[in-house]
Design a protein around this ligand. Structure first.
Ligand SMILES: [Zn+2]
Length: 493
């Protein structure tokens, strides 16, 4: 590798790498091809993730400041993530292959491992839900956790080899997020909502699951989130029409967006969940549409549509780092903005003709509170997990933090699989706070039916065009003059 790093040519090759990875992801998970061949892609671009390169980029980041430094910082996060990915790709590939091949045995019936979560969420019998979960946890512990653990230990080691004191310090640095300060905010949220949690949740548990917190097991939660009782509000045949109508209200004609490729065809290997694959931003963005209806498919499709429209509207003249990299709290914020429409009474009435959705709004608030408390506890846990304490203490710590936050017995065995790499938990938490502020602004300026106002679309398009050049704090300061503070989530509950 040359000693002087040319940022422009490094960025160009990074873009080719990211694009090839996203295309492979799209082809595999949309069911166009069975194989998931990322190893070759890493090989083709091995020079990107050289340690030497990481060093050079770090020097750039610590130099003068300004746009150059910002670009180098975004590229550095990609380079470190790529280096970690390359060094643990054997474990990751084996995890994916085992997960795809494993089967559970539940009451004499065989169930594919990956399918089991969907089956559990749709299972009305609590005993069978519990049996499915137990069988899955057994397999997780014996077949997958050893691989998860090896990958985690390798990642921790690499962080130290690269000169950081811990994985936690490394990601705090790379993301420029004060993780400890964020954790203080989320802990304060846990404390502030502890008193109201049970009373908020109880009536909705009783109506969706059939019993309250005293009998609730962790294995009942997917069924609670699935909430089949509300399926009538969300018919399958109106899924795409509802999306087109919503975008149309904002002045976006989905049909005419040449750069947005809708994947609606049914294929046997296609993922049952919606997803967005930004293969080239903004020129080639895929939105993969699911097969079913029901509240969770609507929520998932709108979430992914938020990503899609964000990427599709980025100014093509920006450098790759600002079009595609940067603070993912921003793109997750737009994803949540669209996702939350599907629980907004004004939207339900306008797009799906649903009236009397107060109970649904109450349910949505309760499940959001549960979700936020779970993620707040995950934030505290992940600070410890990646902070240098002995890993042997982690399963118990994980079970007690999550169990206290959600008020059910929480299994320790998911202490590794429940963790997204690179502190993505912080991106989600920041995105929720960012989105709440942004939604408040849209309501204030354009009314409760802001999603029917082309001017609201103009504002969003203007913000989207910047990509992720600014991080969520800077963007929020620019748009509303506020700071990201998780305390704003208290207003939502
Ligand atoms: Zn997302």
């Amino acid at each position: 590798m040359p000693l002087a790093l040319d940022l422009d040519s490094y960025a160009r090759e990074s873009e080719r790498f990211v694009s090839e990875m996203d295309r492979e992801y799209y082809l595999h998970f949309a069911g166009h091809k069975e194989e998931f061949e990322i190893e070759e892609i890493y090989e083709r671009h091995a020079g990107l993730f050289d340690r030497e390169v990481v060093e050079r980029l770090r020097e750039r980041v610590s130099s003068n400041g300004g746009e150059e430094t910002r670009r180098a910082r975004y590229l550095l996060e990609l380079a470190v993530g790529g280096l970690l990915g390359r060094e643990t790709k054997r474990e990751e590939t084996e995890l994916a292959e085992r997960e795809a091949a494993l089967e559970l045995e539940v009451g004499g019936e065989r169930l594919p491992y990956r399918q089991s979560a969907v089956t559990q969420a749709n299972e009305a019998d609590p005993e069978r839900r519990s049996a499915i979960e137990e069988a899955r946890l057994d397999v997780l512990e014996s077949e997958l956790n050893p691989l998860h653990l090896r990958a985690l230990e390798r990642a921790h080691e690499l962080a130290r080899e690269l000169g950081w004191s811990s994985y936690r310090e490394m990601y705090g640095d790379l993301k420029q997020i004060d993780l400890a300060a964020l954790e203080r905010q989320t802990s304060a949220f846990l404390e502030a909502t502890a008193g109201a949690y049970e009373a908020t949740l109880e009536p909705h548990l009783r109506s969706q699951v059939g019993f309250g917190l005293d009998e609730l097991r962790r294995s009942d939660l997917p069924y609670f989130f699935r909430a089949r009782g509300f399926d009538d509000f969300f018919p399958q045949e109106r899924l795409i029409e509802a999306l087109e109508g919503t975008l149309g209200g904002l002045g976006i004609v989905l049909d005419e967006q040449q750069n947005v490729r809708l994947d609606t065809e049914q294929r046997p290997l296609k993922s049952p969940r919606a997803f967005c694959a930004p293969v080239h931003v903004p020129g080639e963005v895929y939105l993969v549409i699911p097969r079913h209806g029901g509240r969770d498919d609507y929520a998932a499709l709108f979430h992914e549509a938020g990503h899609t429209e964000h990427y599709a509207h980025v100014n093509a003249a920006l450098p790759f780092e600002f079009r595609h990299l940067g603070d993912n709290s921003v793109t997750e914020g737009f994803a949540f903005l669209f996702e939350h429409l599907t629980e907004d009474p004004a939207w339900l009435q306008a797009m799906l003709g649903v009236t009397g959705s107060e109970e649904y709004a109450g349910y949505a608030r309760a499940s959001k509170l549960l979700f936020l408390r779970r993620y707040a506890a995950k934030m505290s846990y992940e600070l410890e997990l990646h902070g240098g304490r002995p890993l042997s203490e982690m399963p118990d710590l994980y079970a007690s933090l999550l169990g206290d936050a959600v008020a059910v017995d929480w299994p320790a065995r998911t202490w590794l699989s429940d963790v997204d790499p690179g502190y993505y938990v912080a991106n989600y938490l920041r995105a929720w706070a960012f989105e709440t502020r942004l939604r408040n602004l849209l309501r204030e300026r354009f009314g409760d039916e802001w999603f029917t106002q082309p001017e609201a679309g103009d504002l969003l398009r203007e913000i989207w065009s910047e990509g992720q050049r600014l991080d969520a704090d800077e963007l929020l300061a620019q748009v509303t003059g506020e700071r990201i503070d998780f305390a704003v989530m208290l207003e939502e509950i």
